[in-house]
Design a protein around this ligand. Structure first.
Ligand SMILES: [Ca+2]
Length: 159
């Protein structure tokens, strides 16, 4: 069974590889040496074995796709094994408020393991300001919530 055709899988590998290399700075965990090293090594590794994969964007096309997929599974398991950082102290949901043109203020709305698989913004309580709704995905059976709505309780200045 093939979930993602290789014509999409190949560009995704290079994009994900680049994101993994930059992730410690994008997601602000670069102060954690082990997590930073794992992310960079997996990103560089992903790009490296993609170059050797026999698919659309492979350069040396020596490794069959089955081997590539096996390495993907092992790399994913390594990444999912977690970091040495206490996840309860990590921001799980943040809001960047534009206070002036090009100037953003960061607000952390919740802490803990990131488990929000999706997010949307809308005026869910019809009071004229933006609220947030997030989808929740967690392997923890104690978490039974599928959707969380974050109602904007800040008084907005109407113009
Ligand atoms: Ca609202």
């Amino acid at each position: 069974m093939r979930f993602i055709p290789t014509r999409y899988h190949a560009p995704l590998d290079y994009i994900v590889g680049a994101v993994l290399i930059a992730a410690p700075w994008i997601f602000q965990f670069s102060d954690t040496g082990a997590a930073t090293a794992v992310s960079i090594v997996l990103g560089v590794g992903l790009i490296a074995y993609s170059l050797f994969t026999n698919y659309e964007l492979g350069v040396w096309k020596v490794a069959p796709m089955a081997v590539h997929n096996l390495i993907d599974i092992v790399a994913g398991a390594l990444l999912a094994a977690g970091s040495d950082r206490d996840e309860s102290q990590m921001p799980a949901l943040g809001w960047l408020e534009q206070t002036r043109r090009g100037i953003f203020e960061r607000h952390t709305l919740s802490m803990g393991a990131p488990r929000h698989a999706t997010l949307d913004v809308g005026d869910f309580d019809a009071d004229g300001d933006a609220d947030i709704v997030v989808g929740v995905m967690s392997p923890d059976p104690k978490i039974r919530t599928w959707v969380e709505v974050w109602e904007n309780q800040r008084k907005t200045v109407k113009r």
